[in-house]
Design a protein. Sequence first.
Length: 271
Amino acid sequence: MDMAKLNLSPLALPAFLPGTVWLVGAGPGDPGLLTLLALHALQSADIVVYDALVSPRILELARPGAVLEHAGKRGGKPSPSQPDISLRLIALAQAKRRVLRLKGGDPFVFGRGGEEGLALAAAKIPFRIVPGITAGIGGLAYAGIPATHRDTNSAVAFVTGQSSGGALPDGVDWVALSRGAAMLVIYMALQNLDIVARRLQEAGRSADEPVAIISKATTDAQRVIETTLGRAAADAAAARIEPPAVIAVGPAVRLRHALQWIGGVASGALD
């Protein structure tokens, strides 16, 4: 079915009113992972302010005549400041536009949607939050790795490996993190992978612990390599893995041997 022509009217979805901002998660890349509310927003918005990680195939679903405005932020690279993006959303809403702020993954999972929502609330701009499938769930699933499995782990922890400036974020208690969850899902850690792996080993995780690195998850360019915590940084460099990437650390990675269901898409130099 052509998603752009999908009739959503029987679902009685909420109206996208002028002067409002919707903070919407676009998912990790595959347009099929959009929610119906996200598609409804794309078909209704006057202007789509989108992140760098939003797939061009998803932007093609915007209604004819909608303005597409790039406001992507990539850690460690020149990009609009967060305050400037928030001020832009406020100005567009005050001009009575239907403003779709489209963010890769989920806006509230390392997406800075909370910051934008607070800015809108302070400016008394009506807004709606539309969750999306985050890469830490969808990306792992497309690589054949369950985030939880009763035979391997009953807890999973999500952590970012990069601050807005590109460095390893301060304030992460790596010992508590390592002890608290058998399965770790680390976002935006590729450029700091050597430091992250060392911190985890210093916190007690084994150098032989299984690791999967999923690049460009859920897209046609998806690549997955399986390695170990001790070899992860070197293997990622050798395989020339590119961002965006999500990294899974823990025993459930071993289940990929039976659960990788995509075949040619889920493959990498070290598979």
